[in-house]
Design a protein around this ligand. Sequence first.
Ligand SMILES: Nc1ncnc2c1ncn2[C@@H]1O[C@H](COP(=O)(O)OP(=O)(O)OP(=O)(O)O)[C@@H](O)[C@H]1O
Length: 566
Amino acid sequence: MIRMLLSVLGPEHAPPVRRTVALMTVTGIVEGLSYALLVPLLRALLGSTPGDAVPWLIAFGAAFSVFAILRYRADLSGFRAGTTLLRGMYHRLGDHLARLPMGWYGGNRVGEVSALAGPGVLQAMGVIAHLLAPFVAACVTPLTIVFVILAFDWRLGLAALIAVPVVAVIQVRTGRSSAATDEEAARRGTEATGRVIEYLQAQPVLRAGGRAEERFRLLDDSLRDLQRANRRSTLSALPGVVGLTFTVQALFTVLLTLGAFLALGGEIGAAEVVAILVLATRCADPLLSLTDIDGKLRGARSVLVRLDALLRTEPLPEPPEPVRPERHDLEFESAAFTRSGRAVLDGLSLTVHEGQKLALVGPSGAGKSTVLQLLARFHDVDSGAVRVGGVDVRSMSTDDLMSRIAIVFQDVYLFDGTIEENVRLGRPDADDAEVRAAATAARLDEVIERLPGGWSANVGEGGALLSGGERQRVSIARALLKDAPIVLLDEVTSALDPVNEAAVHEGIERLMAGRTVVMVAHRLRTVERADHVVFLDGGRIAEEGSHGELARLGGRYAGFLEPQIA
Ligand SMILES: Nc1ncnc2c1ncn2[C@@H]1O[C@H](COP(=O)(O)OP(=O)(O)OP(=O)(O)O)[C@@H](O)[C@H]1O
């Protein structure tokens, strides 16, 4: 468990964890040894001169004080190590998620990462802060007590020692038999989180379509599955709980019977038997708590396994010696890219000269957005190459590549903050004048004037307080501020009102000026602005040329845009 924790966190966290475990082990031993003093103490108390018990009482008090101080320090150390690890884990996870290819984000990732990064990390890191001390105490203290009993009487000690492998076997077997059900419970937990997020995010769509109840049923089913999985997980641990309780009871009975037998034979005194039985009861509590701690440890372990798998997901490889291109022409050479076993791009070759505008046109699913994603290296091609200024994007550092590209997506995400903060994301070190100039060029100034609070107006989560067109203007202002030589545009297809549409087009016009542009185009007005048009279908170029040439050709492109041309 500790090894897994350290493999997830990185070896630099090993020293404080080892120190904490060592301190907890010493604390457990001291606790066991302090109980050892009960034997002479009880022997004196129950003997003919109870006054002899005073020095033992003092020694017991002193030993227990040392234990209390050590316990305090061990708990503090565990808590400190836990909070440090928590911070380290968040940093590691954050850094790793930022390096994962954009292509990784999809499917059920939001639910999976939310469950892992929120309660999952807290649960896994709580091992050091809250579970390690009771776990070490539950193992070390009874073991020390067994050796103490062994030192007082080898026969009673031997009887107690037999319980050690029995407890170990029960623990290991329970762990093994619960592994599959724990895993299932964790998987169901992730699914349920995903369903909750989906249900909340999709409320407007569900209500508009009158499907809220139907999707709630899916969420309800998922929560019921989770409940069943948790029940199975609890039931699979039940034989371990019963086995451990039975072992502890049996140990006590054996010690009592054997002690009575030895005392009747006059081999040990009645006081010693009572003292050893008291020691045995001191073993019972920590041993019985093992089942509860074990359940929690297993839960944390399953989170650690999933964190480990996430952290092992390979980011796209960075070149050891990155190359910086001198130009900004773009090229696809026989690029092939597969998704879910299906060819999305099939040997695509095309060139965009520096300062030129390429429009990608084609039916839905043709691979247009994928071309933009491969240029920004959200994924790597399976074969062939994608080049910027003659340099393969895989030979450029991600930071360098991203600094040369400004992207305006169809779906604009704004962070919950002011308009100014959202525009500044384009270039965080820009001065106020530059931010305002970019906003004016994107015709965002009109929006800002209208909003109460102006520049400082809050846009709400995801930009919910702005209209679609206004969000687009913020995104164009961001791209203008970035002032990157390459612009990738995924054209807005949703209907904008005439004022917003004119403003967005004006902003885009300014953004494209003098830059190398690749745009996914759906509208005649946009393709007319392009120097070159590529009509994609099924990941291949079906036709290419200027808008005029393709329109005259009367082929697929002309047919596709015909309603608009008409
Ligand atoms: N995350 C994904 N996993 C698997 N397949 C995907 C994924 N995203 C897209 N695809 C598939 O890749 C193909 C190309 O998608 P792409 O988004 O590039 O098409 P497009 O031409 O931009 O379509 P549209 O105009 O509708 O946006 C589609 O068939 C799509 O189903």
